[in-house]
Structure formats: structure tokens, C-alpha cells
Design a protein around this ligand. Structure first.
Ligand code: SF4
Length: 304
């Protein structure tokens, strides 16, 4: 089995203490069973601190679901005021649970390759993905060590007909999205087909789970009479929106280009409605609230 990723993937670095919107707050960090066992078997004062920061909830499974108990301000109990992680400082990066080790990376498992990406919920990933000006391409990367499946245990298989068709369609959509012989607004219309209007997108956003009040404020300002396509062709934004479209198409191969176009237009609706908010801040809020919730993506898909 091999792994492949967009060309920018190896350039990603977490900026840790310099991060203004750390991913170590406001999200419950689930601890995978392997790491949980490791924490239970560690000795010393710090191990006691780790164990006293964990709760195991009954999720119907034999082991339950373990996670760190967030502090009242929503921060992980291992996160220091300077933005560094006490767990890494005391025990090294290898002591991190899988979620912390992987974030903001995501993995799509195909029959013959693991596709790796980094997500737009991370403020260090956003400029890398959206500012990429070398064209979209894939490169081979090392197999992800802590991903859901151990790559050594994954048998490489010939993709079946459906998988082949899905990924061919995905790759064609990426080529269309990247073809600058047409304006980006035209490419989106071509790929998306019969797209919702801004009013329908706002209705859908209101139905989704939201994690932050900042995100609610951003989408609540959407003016349903505004035209989100104008922002796609604005030279100030066109590279970022093109890269965003390619990212959504790449990340959601099975959901298809229509979903990617609706996600893109949700961001465009928000950009027009929030001229004083930085594009990267809107994208980060969108991705953290909408994209990083499986149920939200499933819900949007079910409305299409
Ligand atoms: S959001 Fe990104 S840069 Fe910030 S702490 Fe998390 S991984 Fe690091």
C-alpha cells in the first residue's frame, strides 16, 4: 500500500504556541483504546495527572469512550497558557493520542492507495492550501503511522468499477476546477449543475450543528439578495477560491462536485456578508464548524 497527498502536504507545520485559534480547545479529544491503555500503564506523577484528566463514558462498547475533560474555559487540560502541550513537553510527541497526532490531517482509504490531506480548520494549513500557486498535483508521501487502519494490515486490492468511476469523476472535476480558460464562476456553474440560491444555503446552515458563536454571527449576516459568484471572480480572491474548490473536490470524492460547489458558495456568501472579517478567519470558522463535523457534511449531502 502506498500513500499520496497534494504537493503542499509535506510543507505543513503546526505553529503550536504561535497559533491564535488552537485546535486544543473547544473540541472533546477522544482517546483511542491503544493510547488509553498506554496512559493507564504509565507510572509517575505526570501519569497520575493524565489519568485524573480523563473520563470514560459508556458508549455501549465494552471499553467505553475515553476523552480528556475540558477545563471550564473549553481548553484541553494539557494545554498551557503559552499554547504548548504539557503532554508533549513531559513525554514527547509519541505520547499523543491518535486524534492529536493526526490533526489537521485527514485520510481517504482507497483500495490501492491512502490519500492524505490537511484540513482548513487549522490556521497554519489555510495559507498553505489557499495560497498554493503551483497547481494541484499529487506526490507520494510516507504511510500515515497513526491513521485509523494500520497500513501494514491493509491489503492492497484492485479498485472495483464503482470506485474507479468515482475517482475518475473526481479527478476530472479537479481538472475542470483548475482550468483557467473559463472564469471560476463558470467552472462552479459547470461542476455544480443546479445549485441552491443563497437563501437555501442559509436555511441549511441554520439547521446544522454550530460549535462557536463567532461562526453563528458570521453566517447570520448573509444577505440572500447578494450574488456570491461575484466574489469568485474577484482577482483579490480567485486563487484562494479556486484552491478551496479543488480542496473540497479532493476531500469528498464520493459526495461529488455538487457538494464541493455548495460548500464553496457557503464560504462566498459569508465573505460578501462580512467585508471586515479576514477570508482566512471565515474559512477557519466554516471548516471547524461545518466541515469537521461528520454529521454536518452528511446533513448537507442529504439536502442536496
Ligand atoms: S490549529 Fe493547527 S497550528 Fe494551531 S495548534 Fe492546531 S494543528 Fe497547530
Amino acid at each position: 500500500m502506498r500513500a499520496a497527498a497534494p504537493s503542499y502536504y509535506p510543507l505543513f507545520r503546526c505553529i503550536a504556541g504561535a497559533c491564535r485559534h488552537t485546535c486544543c480547545a473547544n473540541w472533546e479529544v477522544d482517546i483511542d483504546p491503544e493510547t488509553y491503555d498506554k496512559y493507564m500503564n504509565m507510572s509517575g506523577a505526570f501519569a497520575e495527572r493524565i489519568r485524573s484528566s480523563i473520563v470514560v463514558e459508556d458508549d455501549g462498547s465494552s471499553t467505553g469512550e475515553a476523552h480528556f475533560v475540558l477545563k471550564p474555559d473549553g481548553r484541553c487540560p494539557m494545554l498551557r497558557d503559552d499554547g504548548l502541550c504539557d503532554l508533549i513537553l513531559a513525554c514527547g510527541e509519541e505520547a499523543l493520542c491518535r486524534v492529536c497526532d493526526e490533526h489537521p490531517r485527514f485520510f481517504n482509504y482507497r483500495s490501492d492507495v491512502i490519500e492524505c490531506g490537511i484540513g482548513l480548520s487549522c490556521e497554519a494549513a489555510i495559507p498553505l492550501i489557499l495560497g498554493w500557486d503551483k497547481g494541484f498535483g499529487m506526490i507520494d508521501v510516507p504511510l500515515p503511522g497513526g491513521s485509523d487502519l494500520d497500513p501494514d494490515d491493509v491489503m492492497e486490492e484492485e479498485p472495483d468499477e464503482l470506485e474507479t468511476e468515482v475517482y475518475e469523476a473526481r479527478d476530472n472535476a479537479i481538472r475542470t476546477a483548475s482550468d483557467r480558460s473559463a472564469a471560476l464562476s463558470e467552472r462552479v456553474r459547470m461542476l455544480g449543475g443546479s445549485l441552491w440560491d443563497s437563501g437555501r444555503r442559509l436555511e441549511v446552515l441554520k439547521k446544522l450543528e454550530s460549535l462557536s458563536q463567532e461562526w453563528v454571527s458570521i453566517y447570520s449576516r448573509i444577505d440572500v439578495a447578494a450574488d456570491p459568484f461575484t466574489v469568485l471572480d474577484d482577482p483579490q480572491y480567485s486563487l484562494q477560491f479556486e484552491n478551496m474548490l479543488v480542496y473540497f473536490i479532493f476531500r469528498y470524492p464520493w459526495e461529488g462536485a455538487r457538494l464541493a460547489c455548495e460548500l464553496l458558495l457557503m464560504v462566498a456568501d459569508c465573505v460578501i456578508a462580512n467585508p471586515s472579517v479576514d477570508l482566512f478567519d471565515i474559512v477557519r470558522e466554516f471548516s471547524s464548524n461545518v466541515e469537521y463535523s461528520d454529521c454536518n457534511i452528511d446533513d448537507i449531502q442529504s439536502f442536496l
